[in-house]
Write a protein that binds this ligand. Structure first.
Ligand code: 3PY
Ligand code: MG
Length: 258
């Protein structure tokens, strides 16, 4: 699995920020076009996006065909959904709302083949993405695909050292919108707030202590800079909707100014 579709670990080894846009709108055309822009990967959000499974498969294929790894944030921590994402050829899977040790262990069980877990064999799209035989994929999948547990609640933050120590996890991924809502007791979404950043430092420290990759939804270039400074490396940039709206707003402004 030395192809571009599974090049996440190799790129992370450079120590540089690893940045990827976050697609929530269905469409293999825009996914493929964005994958050609030189980001480290392209993510598809199956939790809050409007992408169905068939479209997700076509989007992963388009992203991979453009020479980029695909990341999938699954709808929930469910063995079927996690297996589907990996079978489609995702090189990394992010699972939302991991709030207990049991949930973290279940995530690993769904995502890794025995003996590390109980991922179910099948699908074959991933063989095409990886450009390998079934035997080669089986040998390398556990080490080459990356599994991230999302830390985005007070419970998860309280248990972050224990969750980070769960064998088989490859990284933690902060959802700073949900985390800031939890920290403010439902009052605010504050992705760059002081309290959010302090909490995120704990997540980065837990990752460092356990050899995990520290990830987060950063959303903007300022977010990527701020999170890099506190120890994060694997970071999502804006959503496709925000990029589209931003481009349209700029066009509208330039037309209005003529
Ligand atoms: C969050 O910020 O809560 C996320 O899940 C990222 O979209
Ligand atoms: Mg969230």
């Amino acid at each position: 699995m030395s192809g571009a579709s599974f090049a996440i670990r190799a790129r992370l080894a450079s120590g540089k920020p690893f940045v990827f846009p976050w697609l929530g709108m269905p469409g293999a055309v825009h996914a493929g076009q964005i994958a050609r822009l030189g980001f480290d990967a392209v993510a598809i959000d199956l939790q809050h996006g409007t992408v169905d499974n068939g479209e997700a498969a076509r989007m992963v294929a388009a992203i991979n065909a453009a020479g980029s790894p695909a990341v999938i944030r699954v709808l929930w921590n469910d063995p079927g959904l996690i297996g589907f994402a990996l079978d489609m050829g995702a090189a990394a899977v992010i699972a939302p709302m991991i709030n207990s040790l049991d949930q973290a262990k279940a995530l690993v069980k769904s995502a890794k083949y025995p003996p590390a877990g109980q991922r179910s064999w099948g699908g074959y799209t991933m063989l095409q993405a990886a450009g390998v035989t079934a035997g080669e994929y089986l040998k390398e999948a556990n080490s080459q695909t990356m599994i991230f547990a999302m830390i985005e609640t007070n419970e998860a933050l309280g248990l972050v050292d224990e969750i980070a120590a769960v064998k088989g996890l490859d990284g933690l991924f902060v959802g700073p919108s949900d985390l800031s809502i939890a920290l403010s007791n439902g009052k605010a979404i504050d992705r760059l707030g002081k309290g959010t950043l302090e909490a995120m430092k704990k997540v980065a420290a837990a990752c460092k202590a356990n050899g995990l990759c520290a990830g987060a939804f950063a959303g903007t270039a300022d977010g990527i800079k701020a999170y890099t400074e506190i120890g994060f490396q694997f970071m999502a940039g804006p959503t496709d909707l925000e990029l589209l709206r931003g481009g349209a707003a700029e066009f509208q402004k330039s037309v209005a100014s003529k």
